[in-house]
Design a protein around this ligand. Sequence first.
Ligand code: MLT
Length: 265
Amino acid sequence: MEAIVNNIRLYYVQMGQGIPLLMVHGYPLDHSLWRAQMDGLSDIAQIIAPDLRGFGQSEASDGICTMVAYADDLAALLDALKIGRAVVCGLSMGGYIALAFWNKYASRVRGLILVDTRAGADAPVVRQGRLDMVELVRQHGSKPAAEAMLPRVLAESTRQTRPDLVELARTMMLRQSPAGIIGAQLGMAERPDSTPMLSTINVPTLAVFGDQDVITPAETEGRNLAVAIPDAKLVIIPNAGHLSNLEQPETFNVTVRKFLSTLEP
Ligand code: MLT
């Protein structure tokens, strides 16, 4: 399905019945990251899984895409679908966007699910790495971005035993457009520190992390979120890396199902 939001053609999947659940993918990925959740949770949730601007089948725009710009697209998509409030679930960059969404559209958030993500801004060295990657992608296309991410997103055990998931992640990354990758890297490099506003989150919040996530480690980033967000719950998924929903879909889905069942209808 497609909607025109903020002058961009945005692709999304909408399926299932129940509490609206907006699922925001990470970088450099697309909505198909959530395939196992669309299959496994659509009996209790109305899932809305968009391709962010510049990713998957959505149109790209030139230049930087700030986390707020992505959040604006998501709010406009909810408007187009006539959905007032949703649980917002975001993985990694999707989590940065979920926090930007909370900051600007708190009244539209019924709950938050923050997956393998962080609240802090980039350290200078990380920011410089993003700017270097932008140059590489300008010169060589999307491949350097996929090559940089692929070795780090899956747990060692997943890489050893699940060649199908390695291939799925590789093809998902390679099909993303240079414009989408550049826009996201520039946007992530500029994102502010969301830590000071974590204490304002007054909706039920679940943090889900893979125990082998080396990009956003559970023991630091997960615990930081769980401590700073009032009443947040942290679940650490065994044998999973940065893409915990993809690597351990059953455990992930059981965790999210339990969380959703605690929310008022
Ligand atoms: C992601 O998975 O979305 C990325 O790791 C986010 C980032 O580069 O900070």
